[in-house]
Design a protein around this ligand. Structure first.
Ligand code: ATP
Ligand code: MG
Length: 152
């Protein structure tokens, strides 16, 4: 089942991220999809803030993977926009069992490295309002289904 949420500001997207964070569990994976500038990094920053990550979370576009260890749980933030095809060298899948939360921007770029059980979040902008976002959330696996039922 898909869940649809509409936000009308950056703050509302942050609020959604905070709600999802409140149901976090070790080895959680969130796959963010959506065009440039739709709010994937905004979502991640909101999540990190709720996780009480002390460092500033910046877009990992050039580093691909950034780790934050100062919060309640490790946060692994990936932006795989520039990864083409073979991502074996990055060891992406190793992060899924490190007892943290992994958030992957542009997850659709690396379909072969995405776990079966995960939360997919697709963010779409809207032509009617530059601050409107249509957010479609799809859980794969019981834990993620329960999470959605609890907060959405
Ligand atoms: N409802 C909204 N939710 C999230 N961001 C919004 C919203 N309305 C406007 N914005 C703005 O959209 C921009 C989203 O930028 P952000 O860097 O998060 O995008 P992104 O999806 O990570 O892009 P990229 O693919 O380049 O990494 C910000 O400038 C933010 O202020
Ligand atoms: Mg981004």
């Amino acid at each position: 089942m898909d869940y649809k949420i509409v936000t009308y500001s950056e703050e509302e997207t942050i609020e959604l991220a905070q709600n999802i964070e409140s149901e976090k569990f070790p080895n959680m994976v969130i796959c963010l999809k959506g065009d440039l500038g739709t709010g994937k990094t905004v979502f991640t920053k909101g999540f990190a803030q709720a996780l009480e990550v002390k460092e500033e979370v910046t877009s990992p576009t050039f580093n691909i993977i950034k780790e934050y260890h100062s919060g309640e749980m490790p946060l692994f933030h990936m932006d795989v926009y520039r990864v083409e095809g073979n991502a074996d060298d990055l060891g992406i899948e190793e992060y899924y069992t490190k007892k943290g939360v992994t958030i992957i921007e542009w997850a659709d770029m690396i379909p072969d490295y995405i776990p079966e059980k995960r939360l997919d979040i697709r963010i779409k902008s809207s032509s009617e309002d530059e601050n409107k976002r249509i957010i479609i959330i799809t859980p794969y696996g019981k834990k993620y289904e329960d999470l959605c039922e609890a907060i959405l």
